[in-house]
Design a protein around this ligand. Structure first.
Ligand code: M6R
Length: 610
C-alpha cells in the first residue's frame, strides 16, 4: 500500500528518498512524489502518476535538492490517480505532509477548514492533515506541538510525516494504525513506513507504538506517547538482508520467491524439529505451559494467510484433537462472537501490519481469549509486538504482491503447531511420527515438485485466453484450491473460483462448458475416490480439466483431461506440495498475458488500511 520515506541529514537526501521509494515499490502504488526543504529556504515538490522511475527522471531533470525531505508512493483511496492527489500535500506553501492510512472524518475537517479560508487542491483526505497542522502553527505553536494538537482531531488511521518550511531542521511524525519506523544514522536520521526502505542507510531502527508522535532532527529523536509524555522505545538491530530486494537472476520476484521455497521451508524447520518430534519451546518462552490449557483455537487472517488458517483447521482437528474456527479478520472484527473457554487466538500474516488482522487482535485481546499467538514473517511488526507469543516463519523478505513462500512457511509453521498442541491433547503416536517424518522430507519434496515446471508452461498456453476458471479440491486441499484461484485472479486477472468439489452439484455444475477450465488438485489420499466421482461429473458435462495428481492416483489423461503428475508425498504435507504447481500455473499464465506479475493492478503488498 502507500509508502513513506523521510530524512533529515546534512547531505542531500534526494537519492536516499528515491531509493527508499524504489524499495517500497513492491507494496503497490499508483503515483509518487517528493518534497524537499532546499538550502535557499524554499519548499519544493515533484509528483508523478505511474512508476517511481518517472518521478526519479523528473527529479533528475530538476534542480531539486535538500537535506530535509519526505517522499511517498500513493495507493489511491480518496480521489483518483492524478498528480494533484499524489503526496506530499502542502498547506500555504509552508507545511508538507505525506500520509498512509485514512482520515475518516476528513469531510467534516474539510468543511471546517474551508470555512477558515483554506483552499483544497486535491480530493484526498490527507490534505486536511496539512491544513490542520498549518492552522495550529498559525497560533504560534512549534511543529511538534502543532502536530500533537492536530492529531487529536483525526479519526481513522495514519502514519504521517510533516515538514515545516519555517523550521527546516526537523520532521515530526505520528503513528496511529499505520506503521512507522525511525532509522538511526550517524548525524542523520530517517523515517519510513517499512524498514526495507532504509536498509541502504541504516540497520538500527525504532518501531513507533500506537499513538506515538516523534520529533526527528539530524542528531536527536524525541518520542512522546499518546498522552504526550516523553518515552524511550527500544532500538532494534535489523538482520534483514540488505539485498533481499534483488531478483537474483529471475525475471520476476514472484518466480524467485516460488523457487526459494525449499530453502525457506528448510530455514523455518531448522532447530525446531528433531528426529523424533518438536524441539522444546519453539513457540517461545511460556508457550508450552499455555498450550497445555488450550481447548479451542480461533484463527484470524486475510487473503492467502486466511487460506493457511483454513488448511490448519483440518490439521488441528484431525491430528491434534483441538477444535478450531477460522475467520476473515474484516468479518470477525465487526461481529459479536462467542469466546470458547481456554481459547487461543492465532493471527496469521506475512507483513504483520494488515489493518483488519491487527484490529481483530486488539479487539480479541479485550474479549477474554486465554492468549494470543501470531504466525508472522516480519520481526518487529505490529502483530509480533502486540501478541503474547510470536512464531516467525523465516521466509525472508517477500516482495511480489502475490504471496507464495510466505504461505508455504505459514503452513509449515502450522504443522509444527499441530505437533505442539497435539502433544497436550492425546495425539496418536503414529500421527506424530508421520508428521515429523513428512516435515523432514518437505524441503526435498518441494525441490522435486518445482522440477515439473515445463509441463505447467505448456498448460498455461492453453489457459491464457480464458476468462473464467474453476478450482476444485476436497478436505485439506479445498483451501489449496482457494489459494490457487486467488493466485490466478490476482496476477492474471482471470476470474477464478474455488469449490469444495462435493459442492459441485449444488450449483457450480451449471457453469461447466468447454470455455471454463477446471483445475483439480488430487493427491492420493482417502478422498481420492470421491474426488474422481466429481471429476466424472465435470467430464459428463463437457468440461475441460487440468488435474494435478499423485502419480499413483491413476488418472488417465484424454482430450477432456490433462493430467500433470505431482511427486508422491505423505498426506500431512500434501497441501504444501500441491500449492507449488498452482503458483507456477498462475505465474506462467500471467507471463503469457503480459500482466504486471509483481505489482498487479489495484493491489498492494501490505494492506494497512481497512
Ligand atoms: O500480510 P498479510 O499476510 O496479513 O496479508 C494478507 C493479504 O493481504 C495477502 O495474503 C494477500 O491476499 C496476498 N496478496 C495474496 O497473494
Amino acid at each position: 500500500m502507500c509508502g513513506i520515506v523521510g530524512a533529515v541529514a546534512e547531505r542531500n537526501v534526494v537519492e536516499i528518498l528515491l531509493e527508499g521509494l524504489k524499495r517500497l515499490e513492491y507494496r503497490g502504488y499508483d503515483s509518487a512524489g517528493v518534497a524537499l526543504l532546499q538550502s535557499d529556504g524554499n519548499l519544493t515538490r515533484i509528483r508523478r502518476t505511474g512508476k517511481v522511475q518517472e518521478l526519479a527522471d523528473a527529479v533528475a531533470n530538476s534542480e531539486a535538492l535538500g537535506s530535509t525531505g519526505i517522499a511517498h508512493t500513493r495507493w489511491a483511496t480518496h480521489g483518483g490517480v492524478t498528480e494533484a492527489n499524489a503526496h506530499p500535500h502542502f498547506s500555504s506553501e509552508r507545511v508538507a505532509v505525506v500520509h498512509n492510512g485514512i482520515i475518516e472524518n476528513y469531510v467534516s475537517l474539510r468543511n471546517q477548514l474551508t470555512e477558515k479560508g483554506y483552499r483544497f487542491t486535491s480530493d484526498t483526505d490527507t490534505e486536511t492533515i496539512a491544513h490542520t497542522v498549518h492552522e495550529e502553527l498559525k497560533s504560534g505553536k512549534n511543529l511538534l506541538n502543532a502536530v500533537q494538537s492536530a492529531v487529536n482531531t483525526f479519526h481513522g488511521a495514519y502514519g504521517t510525516v510533516i515538514m515545516d518550511k519555517e523550521d527546516p531542521s526537523r520532521v515530526v511524525v505520528a503513528r496511529s494504525g499505520s506503521p512507522l519506523v525511525i532509522g538511526l544514522g550517524l548525524g542523520e536520521n530517517f523515517i519510513a513506513s517499512d524498514q526495507m526502505a532504509l536498509l541502504p542507510v541504516t540497520r538500527r531502527f525504532i518501531f513507533l507504538e500506537e499513538g506515538d508522535v516523534a520529533e526527528i532532527t539530524r542528531r536527536t529523536v524525541d518520542i512522546f506517547d499518546k498522552h504526550g509524555a516523553p518515552v524511550e522505545r527500544e532500538v532494534v538491530e535489523s538482520n534483514i538482508e540488505h539485498d533481499a530486494g534483488d531478483k537474483g537472476g529471475y525475471r520476476h520476484y514472484m518466480l524467485k520467491e516460488i523457487h526459494e521455497q525449499p530453502t525457506v521451508v528448510r530455514n523455518a524447520l531448522q532447530q525446531r524439529i528433531t528426529e523424533t518430534g518438536l524441539a522444546p519451546d519453539v513457540f517461545g518462552e511460556g508457550a508450552d505451559a499455555i498450550f497445555k490449557q488450550v481447548k479451542h483455537v480461533q484463527i484470524i487472517a486475510c487473503g492467502t494467510s486466511y487460506h493457511a488458517g483454513m488448511t490448519a483447521r483440518y490439521w488441528l482437528e484431525q491430528y491434534a484433537n483441538v477444535s478450531c474456527n477460522v475467520e476473515i479478520a474484516s468479518e470477525f472484527r465487526y461481529r459479536k462472537s462467542v469466546v470458547h473457554p481456554n481459547s487461543l487466538l492465532i493471527t496469521i500474516s506475512q507483513s504483520g501490519e494488515t489493518a483488519d488482522t491487527l484490529a481483530a487482535l486488539r479487539l480479541a485481546k479485550e474479549s477474554g481469549y486465554m492468549s494470543s499467538l501470531t504466525i508472522c514473517n516480519v520481526p518487529g511488526s505490529s502483530l509480533v509486538r502486540e501478541s503474547d507469543l510470536a512464531f516467525m516463519t523465516r521466509a525472508g523478505a517477500e516482495i511480489g504482491v502475490a504471496s507464495t513462500k510466505a504461505f508455504t512457511t505459514q503452513l509449515t509453521a502450522f504443522l509444527m503447531l499441530t505437533l505442539a498442541l497435539g502433544k497436550e491433547n492425546g495425539m496418536l503416536e503414529s500421527d506424530e511420527s508421520g508428521i515429523v517424518a513428512a516435515l523432514h522430507s518437505l524441503p526435498a519434496k518441494l525441490e522435486e515438485t518445482l522440477a515439473i515446471t515445463n509441463g505447467i508452461e505448456d498448460l498455461a498456453e492453453e489457459f491464457a485466453d480464458k476468462n473464467h476458471s474453476l478450482f476444485l479440491g476436497r478436505g485439506d486441499q479445498y483451501p489449496i484450491a482457494m489459494e490457487g484461484a486467488l493466485k490466478l485472479k490476482e496476477i492474471s486477472y482471470i476470474h477464478a473460483e474455488a469449490y469444495a468439489s462435493g459442492e459441485l452439484k449444488h450449483g457450480p455444475l451449471a457453469l461447466i462448458d468447454d470455455e471454463m477450465p477446471v483445475i483439480v488438485v488430487a493427491p492420493n489420499n482417502e478422498l481420492l475416490e470421491k474426488l474422481k466421482s466429481n471429476v466424472e461429473e465435470v467430464r459428463a458435462r463437457g468440461g475441460i480439466m487440468y488435474v494435478f495428481a499423485d502419480k499413483d492416483a491413476a488418472f488417465e489423461g484424454d482430450e477432456s483431461m490433462r493430467v500433470i503428475n505431482v511427486p508422491h508425498c505423505d498426506s500431512p504435507i500434501a497441501p504444501i506440495i500441491y500449492t507449488l504447481p498452482l503458483q507456477l500455473l498462475s505465474y506462467y499464465v500471467a507471463l503469457i498475458k503480459g500482466t504486471d506479475v509483481d505489482q498487479p493492478r489495484n493491489l498492494a503488498k501490505s494492506v494497512t488500511v481497512e
